[in-house]
Write a new protein. Structure first.
Length: 105
């Protein structure tokens, strides 16, 4: 009897084209929350290869991401620096890791 595979068929990536500022109309203007940074997408494109993803923050990415959403939203509304938002994210993540039993230095 033939064995059924649950794998999805592979798709060729040769037809996919990455969007670049200037090619995709959405990426030609800065995002609404940073209207004065005309080079926003150029900066993001340059920084992206070295950017880390959320898994580095700990075992519960949901806590970190929720803190990110709340803290940065509040900072943007208040017009305050993002350093406090980053501190809040770190504090929430560390507290959650300790709650889960991790020992942190």
């Amino acid at each position: 009897m033939p064995r059924l595979s649950r794998r999805r068929p592979r798709t060729s990536t040769s037809t996919r084209r990455p969007h670049r500022a200037g090619r995709c109309p959405v990426l030609t203007q800065p995002p609404p929350f940073l209207p004065n940074q005309a080079d926003y997408y150029d900066v993001v494109r340059q920084a992206a290869p070295n950017a880390r993803s959320f898994p580095m923050w700990g075992p519960n990415g949901t806590v970190t991401f929720a803190s990110h959403t709340d803290s940065f939203g509040k900072a943007m509304q208040a017009g305050s620096p993002f350093t406090a938002a980053l501190d809040a994210m770190q504090n929430a993540t560390v507290a959650d890791m300790r709650k889960l039993g991790f020992t942190l230095n």
